[in-house]
Design a protein. Sequence first.
Length: 286
Amino acid sequence: MHDAIRSMLSRYNLVTTGDHVNALREILQEVALLGLWRIKFFEHAAFYGGTALRILFGLDRYSEDLDFSLLKPSKDFSLGSFGESLKREVESYGFDVDIIHRAGVSQIDSAFLKANTHRELLMIGAGESVVRGVHPRQNLKIKIEVDTDPPGGFETESRYVLQPIPFAVRTYTLPDLFAGKLHAVLCRRWKSRVKGRDWYDLVWYVSHHPEFRLSHLVARMRQTGDWVGEGNLSVEKVIELLHARIDITEVDQIRQEVAPFVKDRRSLDLWSRDFFHSIAAQIVVV
């Protein structure tokens, strides 16, 4: 095992198979971010979403995907041009991965970092009892997505990650990250599965950084067609929409969806519509 990976593993309390898989995924995410930094990806894009909140700001739940936004729209951008360099970086730390580019017809350009979970658990020194809990053909996939036509009204900053070596990541500022999360809470199309992680993050923001940038939320909602009114959306209207969303949310469903990503599931016991209505009242606009 690479010494840097051994050091990164020491941060985790690893007991169950799930603990090991979550740690493995997060270490792969951080190594991938290092690879993107080395190839100057952050001159073009900024990190956002739940994994950015987890790695850069200390969100206390695990996250699956790496989400990025270009700093300005570009129809010609492709993750494919970064794939081989990213693969070499990740493999230099002992992992065996594939990078699969999935160019889409929408504004989102996607790729998948894929590894065999069984093999990588053995590589990081997981015991036989842990590895037996994973099918030999099970794959660990990290989706990498880039918004190539980002809505405006956001600001970025550099944050620093210290392992496996110190490096810098360009990210949205917290008010803009919160605006993006509010957009997800208010406008995400649920289909057959709600996103409890959105609601968990909402609680985190209100607890740690309740200010959101209204201009960025408006830009996102206009782009998706969720706000077509004249002028800017008022903060009062945002809170009204949030209360209405809470009223139709099945709290048991969102609790079940987020539970596998949360270490202390007792923190979800308090969840109710009344709880979220109280949370909504504490949000501040900037």
